[in-house]
Design a protein around this ligand. Structure first.
Ligand code: SAM
Length: 241
């Protein structure tokens, strides 16, 4: 997978790929990262990339020209590039999107700054738009990294142990059960005794109960979703019989 970060501030992004799992994936050749700075495409003699909003309103908006030229250039180099704009004005990014996007060969993330990007750029070039949550960041760089990281974990060869993908939260609507590491007792706090007895069917049942309890507490809407899916599944099994 190749990622292109279209950003005025590549320095904000670069550091993330200098360590840990994604660095190893780059070293193995599974991931490739490049940066495209709209400022390098600005035809303004001072390389300006923003201006006041037409129709009034506070703050500056990113001009269309540098982004049109940067994205045309990108598409000329690779017509398969899939262009994603990060914006709070979009559907929230979820795990299923991460899995689906992991099948692409080249994704470009476009980060906005200031009050955002001229809407005509989004209309012309966006294959998809994503928000990472109901809050406002100062720019799209963090949002791009969040999506890039979540997508990358689903690309073969990125994670050391691909099994870890299967049991994670959001693979089903239930959140993951609590995890514990060694020692079994630390500062008077023990792991649940059932985890220690080696009866895997009992451990599975306990993990399931804890997983349900966590979901009910933190994300009750996910538990409703789980129960609906479970009921549908049971009914269709009965119908088959
Ligand atoms: N004026 C915009 C609004 O109210 O919708 C907010 C602009 S924000 C200060 C600047 C840039 O940060 C956006 O263009 C976008 O790229 C990014 N951004 C901010 N919050 C985001 C979020 N929740 N999800 C994705 N991108 C976000």
């Amino acid at each position: 997978m190749k990622y292109t970060f279209v950003t005025l501030f590549p320095n904000l992004i670069e550091g993330y790929f200098k360590d840990s799992i994604l660095k190893r994936a780059i070293d193995k050749g599974v991931l490739e990262i490049e940066y495209l700075n709209p400022r390098d495409f600005s035809k303004n003699k001072h390389f300006k990339v923003d201006d006041t909003a037409v129709g009034g309103g506070a703050g500056m908006v990113m001009n269309p020209q540098p982004l049109f030229d940067a994205l045309d250039n990108l598409k000329q180099e690779d017509e398969d590039v899939y262009i994603i704009f990060m914006t709070p004005v979009a559907k929230p990014f979820v795990q299923n999107d991460a899995k689906r996007l992991a099948k692409r060969s080249h994704i470009a993330f476009v980060s906005g700054r200031y009050e955002g990007i001229d809407e005509r750029v989004i209309e012309k070039y966006a294959d998809e738009v994503y928000s990472i949550g109901d809050y406002i960041l100062t720019g799209g760089e963090l949002a791009s990294l969040v999506v890039c990281d979540a997508v990358s974990r689903n690309i073969e060869g990125v994670l050391g142990n691909a099994d870890s993908l299967e049991i994670e939260s959001f693979e089903t609507p239930l959140l993951e059960a609590p995890s514990f590491s060694k020692p079994q007792k630390y500062e008077g706090l023990s792991v649940p005794s059932e985890y220690l007895k080696g009866n895997h069917s009992k451990i599975r049942s306990l993990k399931f109960a804890l997983s349900e309890a966590k979901t009910k507490f933190f994300r009750p809407e996910q538990l409703i979703k789980y129960n609906c899916l479970h009921t549908i599944d049971t009914l269709s099994q009965k119908k088959k019989r």
